[in-house]
Design a protein around this ligand. Sequence first.
Ligand code: NAP
Length: 279
Amino acid sequence: MDKYNIEEKRINIIGAGNMSYAIVSGLINSNYKKDLITVCAPSTENRNNITKLFGIKNSSSNIYYSDQADVLILAVKPQSIVSVCHDLNKINLSKKIVISLLAGISTNILINLLKQNNINIIRVMPNIAIAVNYGIIAIYAISNDINSINFTKNLFSKMGIIYQLNNENDIDIFTVIVGSSPAYFLFFMEEMQKKIESMGVNQCDAYNIIINTINGIIHLSKLNNHNTFNKLRELISSKKGITELAISVFKKENISSIIANAIDVSMNRIKNLKNINTF
Ligand SMILES: NC(=O)c1ccc[n+]([C@@H]2O[C@H](COP(=O)([O-])OP(=O)(O)OC[C@H]3O[C@@H](n4cnc5c(N)ncnc54)[C@H](OP(=O)(O)O)[C@@H]3O)[C@@H](O)[C@H]2O)c1
């Protein structure tokens, strides 16, 4: 049997938070066998929630299922990586694929922390929409192990659209524009909902109006022949009309610079994560 058959690898996910939930959901939606997936984290509550929802096994130990797994997916906050690697160094990682989802933690930092030779590390930066198989996923691998890279690409391609990167620095850009940006759009939607409700529309209608507006825009965008949104927006904001007036308020408040500042602040934070003390 093919050693890299996507159905045959045992995957242990370290961390039982938002991303772990999204990956387990995406894997199970794409018919990955649930008895090949395990999860581990310190607190019982998050682990048990994932077990209850998806019927996969869990452990409080980072070592127990990691030792048996072919693939380890690191889904903890960057601040926890030192302690996780300390645990993983108690097992032999040489035949495993180590997939890191961590923002800002470079392959070199991981190599320094996992003090073992020839570790197969692949960085993957997904967004939360992998939970419903509509994610965007950036992949960067320092190693030339084609089988591991292909396995990882196959695994994640079932959960969304893959961008394979040649330069590790680009993963920081994807962290912000792919990993974080769903929250920016959701924040705008939250604020829109508040305003719509304050105008007397009930919560349920306000929620559905926003979803359906976005759904309509997505469909229109797919028919748009231009690779920009400007022309489409101009169809709605006719000269001297009420929409143009609203857009002029956004412009006056300098929304462009607000968006750029927010992204720059995130990029700077990622750069600071690179200074994590690995010793
Ligand atoms: N959220 C996103 O949309 C997103 C997108 C792209 C990338 N990422 C990356 O994915 C990673 C996880 O993010 P998240 O949003 O899933 O975080 P999260 O919801 O805070 O989950 C972190 C998980 O790590 C567990 N953990 C903490 N210390 C641990 C340790 N020593 N050993 C094992 N598990 C430990 C926590 O355990 P408890 O359950 O016990 O608290 C928790 O289950 C981050 O590095 C982030 O950069 C996230």
